[in-house]
Design a binder for this molecule. Structure first.
Ligand SMILES: O=c1ccn([C@@H]2O[C@H](COP(=O)(O)OP(=O)(O)O[C@H]3O[C@H](CO)[C@@H](O)[C@H](O)[C@H]3O)[C@@H](O)[C@H]2O)c(=O)[nH]1
Ligand SMILES: [Mn+2]
Length: 540
């Protein structure tokens, strides 16, 4: 803090008997590290991560006023030191550099099981969706592993949309009352190709720092709305990135080998579902707020607008999907198909559309360098989320729209300690939550449908047409079970160490239900009742 680092390396000592390591060719200086913690007080909301980031933003403005900032979650670390240079290259690029607000690196995780059962890696989202957005206005901000341009976070327009005579500090209350902070803004906008010396550590500087760290500092300012990280939303990341895109900035996605950064992921099914709940609830909050992508001005690229609409409104699709997945109920009870038989040309169109969608999916996977397993996990977790989590998120937003408090989201709990003997102990832990019920019902309904159709087929009396219908129905039921398979594995806990047990359980369930169905049919036709009556008078 006292002296800006020079370019001259300071080499360490050579090897000796006391210290066997040779540092004679190593620059042994440590970079300046300043630990800060914002003020927390019962009288004001600390605004979680967004609040912490905004304090960092102000404090660092007074310390170094560095034009570029990189941010990580508490559970992430630097894996490849070259990432910093890569980010800066995008920022200083001649073509679009000046209009680039942030460079987003993918999130990578160390603690995930080899088959990525709960789709923690989210490869399709990172390596296909975010990479694809590079072709429009750039990836969304995902909260960690992201390099920012400082002035973009201040709500300043990108050069492309900024007239030369614009006043960057256009309102006296926008940034709060610190004169030192306000006077740091213009240099931050100018110094992007030079460096500035940090201030000497004097008492006045310390007083300024303490002032910008208080939680009352932001009262009556635009911090948390138009300046810095956005407040009052479960997913501050997507909305903070969105505000930058809406102002006309672009962003860049940067994937490198070895991975730039890495961190920890929740590997317990319930924790993972809570994480998805926070994301989907936050997304809907954004869609139904003044930060709705459909309300943005013309600086947001039309395709980027569609991408954001999809990224925020997606949980609504679950309402239709859950009904669809429960359709077999009608069939089990009535033994009839109520879905209208479509006419052949319509079926032809349907088949073509479905085939093309799958083909495009396949091409995207190949283009992004992903595997079939990454793709399947993605599909599976969409259905699992849509049954277990998204309905709760929709419920949350309905409560909110009626002015009620909504569902409360919790932070993602991480694996505590991994002993080498049982590395994925967490993976097999079953943790009860009401959220698990809807998906369990969907599994039960589809298992019953398969069992019942076996029963009906055995009793016989089916025409060829009925056989064909039931066959199609079975494909539907089986496909749903394939998609929900990781969830079912999660429910059997430690048994899922041997996944074939699940198949055995399914087969037993099918046979039992087939027998029950045969019994019920026999009862209906009077056979069982007759049998029981003659042998002792049991009544039903
Ligand atoms: O009061 C708080 C709470 C959280 N954090 C930070 O926020 C991070 C995100 O929380 P975490 O529990 O790790 O959630 P994840 O689901 O792993 O996080 C993803 O989703 C969040 C949005 O829901 C983003 O903020 C994260 O960047 C993104 O990695 C943590 O690591 C902390 O560094 C704080 O600084 N202060
Ligand atoms: Mn995290």
């Amino acid at each position: 803090m006292l002296k800006h680092p020079s370019y001259e390396p300071e080499l360490g000592l050579g090897a000796s008997t006391n210290s066997p390591l040779d540092f004679s060719a190593v620059d042994v200086r440590l970079p300046m590290l300043v630990y800060i913690s914002r003020e927390k007080s019962p009288s004001c909301d600390h605004q979680k991560k967004a609040g912490a980031m905004n304090v960092q933003l102000r404090v660092s403005a007074l310390l170094t006023n560095a034009p570029f900032i990189i941010n990580f979650d508490g559970d992430h670390y630097v894996n490849n030191s070259k990432a910093f240079r890569a980010g800066i290259c995008f920022m200083l690029d001649r073509r679009e550099g000046d209009n680039t607000a942030f460079v987003q690196f993918p999130q990578r995780f160390d603690d995930v099981d080899p088959t990525d059962r709960y789709c923690n890696h989210n490869r399709v989202f990172f390596d296909a969706t975010l990479l694809g957005l590079n072709g429009i206005q750039g990836p969304s901000y995902v909260g960690t592993g992201c390099m920012f341009r400082r002035v973009a976070l201040y709500g300043v327009d990108p050069p492309r949309w900024r007239p030369d005579d614009v006043k960057i500090v256009d309102s006296s209350t926008k940034f709060g009352s610190s004169a030192s902070f306000i006077s740091s803004i213009l240099p931050a906008a100018d110094q992007e190709r030079s460096i500035m010396s940090p201030p000497a550590l004097e008492e006045s500087v310390m007083a300024d720092l303490a002032h910008v760290m208080t939680c009352a500092y932001e009262d009556g300012t635009e911090w948390g709305s138009d300046v810095g990280w956005v407040y009052n939303i479960a997913t501050e990341d997507v909305v903070t990135g969105f505000r930058l895109h809406r102002n006309g900035w672009r962003s860049m996605y940067c994937r490198m080998e070895p991975d730039a950064f890495a961190g920890t992921a929740p590997i317990n099914l319930t924790e993972r579902l809570y994480q998805i709940l926070r994301w989907s609830g936050g997304s809907l909050e954004m869609f139904f707020s003044r930060n709705c992508p459909l309300l943005a001005g013309r600086r947001l690229h039309p395709m980027q607008r569609i991408a954001y609409a999809n990224m925020t409104a997606y949980p609504v699709s679950s309402v239709f999907l859950v009904f669809y997945l429960l359709f077999p109920v009608i069939w089990i009870f009535r033994g009839q198909f109520y879905i209208q038989k479509p006419f052949p040309t319509y079926v032809l169109y349907l088949v073509i559309v479905i085939a093309l969608t799958e083909l495009i999916g396949m091409v995207e996977i190949k283009w992004a360098g992903l595997t079939l397993l990454d793709w399947i996990r993605n599909e599976q977790f969409y259905i699992i989320g849509a049954t277990a989590v998204y309905p709760t998120a929709v419920f949350h937003i309905v409560l909110k729209l009626f002015g009620l408090k909504g569902v409360s989201f919790k932070l993602t709990a991480k694996q505590v300690a991994s002993s080498t003997s049982d590395k994925f102990a967490e993976l097999y832990a079953v943790q009860w939550a009401p959220m698990l019920i809807p998906t369990m019902v969907v599994i039960a309904v589809n298992v019953c449908a398969i069992g019942a159709s076996i029963g009906k087929a055995i009793v016989g009396g089916w025409s060829l047409m009925q056989m064909a219908d039931a066959g199609l129905g079975l494909v539907f039921n089986a496909w749903i079970l394939v998609l929900i398979y990781p969830f079912a594995l999660g429910m059997i806990g430690r048994w899922s160490k041997r996944p074939y047990i699940l198949f055995i359980l399914f087969v037993i369930a099918f046979i039992l239900i087939a027998l029950v169905d045969i019994a019920i049919q026999a009862m209906r036709s009077g056979f069982v009742r007759f049998h029981f009556k003659s042998s002792g008078g049991a009544t039903f």
